[in-house]
Structure formats: structure tokens, C-alpha cells
Design a protein around this ligand. Structure first.
Ligand code: NAP
Ligand code: MG
Length: 478
């Protein structure tokens, strides 16, 4: 088997051995072997990006538009094939994989346009005759570190704005899902950029991530992943003087008030808590339900959960694919045990199941009788596990929703305009959903959280410019 290589300075290069990419739906299915970059390779990639920067930062915006548009068009044209690869390596269902790839394509198209729309300001000076311009310039060389759970969309929403605004990129994808990242990099490598503008480094977070957050040649680091790793990256980036942006986990509440439409509430919970195997930073893991609807909601939710098909990610009719890895499965099972020890009632699921192929299959799980101080309601589990917290009314629901260290997204299901409006104002989260699942966002508006979920500028939409550009103030006396 030939190994998929890293892309550094315009060439596909070997490295320090390979890592084997396994299909979590079928552990006998090997997707490929992926070269692991060395620390030296990482330094070479940073130097290549640095060398490419002086020309690329001044490249014509039409050139950047054309390149990004071409990348987006190819991704969209190949969404079935790339979606299949994504589902095969990550374990989300095929429709979810295809949708994620399509989203990545749309993101490149969006940022092609953003390259054209990058504007500045011109102001009068307080000194007569002088004019002042406020200009947006690229931040420089950007290190990108991404997680496995959106192996195409997250890299896309970091790489596309970086390139659109004239930055050079060194991209390190997650080790668990390098196939999608490699396919994306291969498309980018043919899009017409000068060598060194874009570099791919597959390899361990500890080694490669460490170089990206420490090297002098890197100006900014954008990271999506876990809380613990993110905090370490921020600390290091600050001591080496880099701009840094972090998107981390969530412990997202979905509030269900008794005036809710029951079907909407159940749909939001099913989609938000269990689709993509619950492996989403925007997953609804805490279902905060008022007394008047609690029993009806739990009963209807369990009924719907029973109808969900857990199967091979590529199997027709699968609603939920496997957990991504043995390690993540062990973590999910440990939290299921912990929930029981803490006194929560496992109302449904949480069973390790077998399918035709050997994979990491777990049925979606629902705890009831939980309270917000339990660890299953504090820690991000990152699996198909949700917990119901019963509350008396709206005020307690709001207080409970906000009682968490995270703040990515908060949802409410209600027919009351008054409560919906109040929740939009008072939910301590970067995103609020009314009568919609907490997971599932548009690609042209800002994405990000408050409190422990995010740090630094927002991602996506026109707000991405805050991170990927820096401001220059120019004074002129003609
Ligand atoms: P992770 O373990 O934090 O890894 C994320 C990335 O960081 C990977 O590429 C990893 O490389 C790399 N890394 C690990 N140690 C590093 C270090 N010391 N220095 C630099 N980089 C390092 O997270 P994950 O398990 O891939 O993803 C799951 C987490 O991502 C969850 O907590 C989830 O909530 C979060 N997430 C957040 C968002 C959001 O936007 N808020 C979106 C999606 C996911 P290796 O793969 O080689 O270890
Ligand atoms: Mg894999």
C-alpha cells in the first residue's frame, strides 16, 4: 500500500513512518496509510509558508477568488465520493458525510467572494490636510489545527478565509481522520497557488502542533478541538506572541417548556443529541424539561429513540453510525457507568451492539432523573448520550441552562414569544436556537461560543476577517 504524503513547499514528501486509518464501522477496512510528518518537516513547512508570504499577501484578489472558487466547485462536484470517504473514515452516516462535504464546498465559494469584499475605511484626520486610512492586511502565516469530528468542514472554514485574505497556511488535521484532510489538500494543491502558500502536515498533535504553536515563523494559530488541548495551545501561543483563536467543546442545553410543540421538541432532541453519533461540539447533551411536559416528552423521546437504526455509516437507512474509535467508545461507556453510579436512571439505550461488520457501535442513551451537578451534566462526553434534567419553570430552566463552564449554543423549544425572546437575551452562549436543534448552523454567519467554549475572534461569515486580517492605519499628507 502506498502511503498518502504530506504537502510541503509545493511537493508531496515522505516523513517518519505512517499511521493507519481505520473505518470505525468495520475495523477490517483500512482506508489508507498516512505519512507522519516529523518536527523537521514542520519547520520546513513553516519556512516554505514564510517564503511564499511576501508575494501571496499582495496577490490580486481576482486570482484568490478564482482559486477559492475552483476549489469550492471541485469539492461540490465530488461531494458524493468525498462524502463517502468522510463517512467511511469518521463514521457519520453517508447523508451526513455528503452534507458536510457540500458545506465545505459552499464555504470556499463564500470566501472566494470575501476576497473581493475586503474593505477598509477612510477618515478625515483631526489635522487639516491629512487623511487617514484603516486598511486590512493578512495576519501572515497561519497554523491550523483541526479535530476529527468535522474533518472537511472545519478545515474548510479555517483554510478558505486564511487564503482569501492573503495568508499562507500550515494545516495539521486530526490523526483520526486524515483521509478527508488529504483529499482536501490534494484539491487545493491543484488549484493554482504558488508553492508554499498552502502546506499539509499529518502527524501527532504533540509534535506538529507543538511546532506550529512555538515557531517564530507562525503569526497566528487557529484551533478547534478539546478544552484541555486548546488551553495549552493558547498559553504557548501567547508566550511566543501569536494571535490565537480557539473553538472548544460544549455542554449545550436544550430547554423544553410545557407550551412546546411536543413533536418539535422531540425532533430537536433526536437531531441535536444523537445524530452524528452525538460527536458534535454543538450537541444537545442536557435536556432541561419543565414538569408539565416532562413525562410526555421522555415517553415520546424514548419511542423515537427505539426507531433509530444504528448501523454501518454507509448502510442505507442508518440513522446513527458508530462511535469514532475504541478510545472514544471506552470514554462513552465509562460515562454511562458513571451516570448510573451518580444515581441517574438509564431510561433508554447505552448498549454496545454488534452489526454485520466489527465496529464501535453504541445505541443512543438517555438518562433521566439527573441533576445539573452530576458529572454527566458537567463534562463534555462527546457521544450519543443525553441527560434529562427536570425543572419547575422557565426561570429554573434558564438558570440551569447557564450553569455550565461552556457556552457554545443554547436551545429552547416553546410557543411563547416572551420566553423565546428572554432566552435569546439571557442565554450565556454564542449561539441561540429557538424551536431548532442546537446542532446545524449556516455557513455564512458567525460561529462560536462564550465562556469556556471559545477564545478569540469568531469564525465563519464576514466575521472571519477579524482573525485572518490585521489592521494598518495609514496617514497621508499629500
Ligand atoms: P483534540 O484531542 O483536542 O484534538 C484536536 C487537534 O489538536 C488534533 O488535530 C490533535 O492532533 C491536536 N493536538 C493534540 N494535542 C496537541 C498539542 N499538544 N498541541 C497542538 N495540537 C494538539 O480534540 P479531538 O478529540 O480531535 O476533537 C474533539 C473535541 O473537539 C471535542 O472536545 C469537541 O467539542 C471539540 N470540537 C469543538 C468544535 C467547536 O467549534 N467548538 C468543533 C468540533 C469539535 P491529534 O489528532 O494528532 O491528536
Ligand atoms: Mg479513521
Amino acid at each position: 500500500m502506498t502511503a498518502y504524503r504530506n504537502y510541503v513547499g509545493g511537493e508531496w514528501i515522505g516523513g517518519e513512518g505512517v499511521s493507519t486509518n481505520i473505518n470505525p464501522s468495520d475495523t477490517s477496512d483500512v482506508i489508507g496509510e498516512y505519512v507522519q510528518a516529523s518536527r523537521d518537516d514542520a519547520h520546513t513547512a513553516v519556512a516554505a509558508a514564510r517564503a511564499a508570504l511576501p508575494n501571496w499577501r499582495l496577490s490580486p484578489i481576482q486570482q484568490r477568488f478564482d482559486i477559492l472558487d475552483r476549489i469550492g466547485a471541485e469539492i461540490l462536484a465530488r461531494k458524493e465520493e468525498l462524502g463517502r470517504l468522510l463517512s467511511r473514515e469518521e463514521g457519520k452516516t453517508l447523508p451526513e458525510g455528503v452534507a458536510e462535504v457540500a458545506r465545505a464546498g459552499m464555504i470556499f465559494k463564500f470566501f472566494a467572494g470575501e476576497a473581493l469584499r475586503n474593505s477598509g475605511e477612510r477618515l478625515a484626520s483631526v489635522r487639516p490636510g491629512v487623511s487617514v486610512e484603516v486598511l486590512r492586511e493578512p495576519v501572515g502565516v497561519v497554523g491550523i489545527v483541526s479535530p476529527w469530528n468535522f474533518p472537511v468542514a472545519i478545515p474548510a472554514w479555517k483554510i478558505a478565509p486564511a487564503l482569501a485574505f492573503g495568508n499562507c497556511v500550515v494545516f495539521k488535521p486530526a490523526s483520526l481522520a486524515p483521509g478527508s484532510a488529504w483529499a482536501l489538500a490534494e484539491i487545493i494543491s491543484r488549484a493554482g497557488m504558488p508553492e508554499g502558500v498552502f502546506n499539509l502536515l499529518m502527524g501527532s498533535g504533540g509534535a506538529i502542533g507543538d511546532v506550529l504553536t512555538g515557531a517564530d515563523g507562525v503569526d497566528a494559530v487557529t484551533f478547534t478541538g478539546s478544552d484541555v488541548v486548546g488551553r495549552g495551545i493558547a498559553a504557548r501561543a501567547v508566550t511566543t506572541g501569536k494571535k490565537v483563536q480557539l473553538e472548544m467543546g460544549g455542554k449545550n442545553p436544550l430547554v423544553v417548556l410545557e407550551d412546546a410543540d411536543l413533536e418539535t421538541a422531540v425532533n430537536c432532541a433526536i437531531q441535536g443529541a444523537f445524530y452524528s453519533t452525538g460527536q458534535r461540539c454543538t450537541a444537545s447533551s442536557r435536556l432541561i424539561v419543565t414538569g408539565g411536559i416532562h413525562d410526555r416528552f421522555v415517553e415520546a423521546l424514548c419511542r423515537r429513540m427505539r426507531e433509530l437504526t444504528v448501523d454501518h455509516a454507509l448502510a442505507p437507512g442508518a440513522d446513527i453510525g458508530p462511535v469514532v474509535s475504541q478510545e472514544q467508545l471506552d470514554q462513552d461507556l465509562a460515562y454511562l457507568d458513571l451516570g448510573k453510579e451518580e444515581g441517574a436512571h438509564l431510561a433508554f439505550g447505552g448498549e454496545r451492539v454488534e452489526r454485520k461488520t466489527r465496529g464501535f457501535y453504541l445505541t443512543p442513551a438517555l438518562f433521566t432523573g439527573t441533576h445539573n451537578a452530576m458529572r454527566i451534566n458537567r463534562d463534555e462526553i462527546f457521544g450519543p448520550i443525553a441527560a434529562v434534567i427536570r425543572v419547575q419553570g422557565y426561570d429554573e430552566a434558564l438558570e440551569t441552562a447557564n450553569d455550565t463552564h461552556f457556552g457554545l449554543v443554547a436551545g429552547i423549544v416553546t410557543r411563547s414569544l416572551k420566553y423565546a425572546d428572554d432566552f435569546k437575551k439571557k442565554a450565556a452562549a454564542g449561539m441561540v436556537m429557538v424551536n431548532l436543534p442546537t446542532a446545524g448552523v449556516d455557513y455564512h454567519v458567525p460561529f462560536g461560543g462564550s465562556k469556556g467554549s471559545s477564545y478569540g475572534a469568531r469564525e465563519q461569515g464576514s466575521y472571519a476577517r477579524e482573525f485572518y486580517t490585521t489592521v494598518k492605519t495609514a496617514y497621508t499628507l499629500p
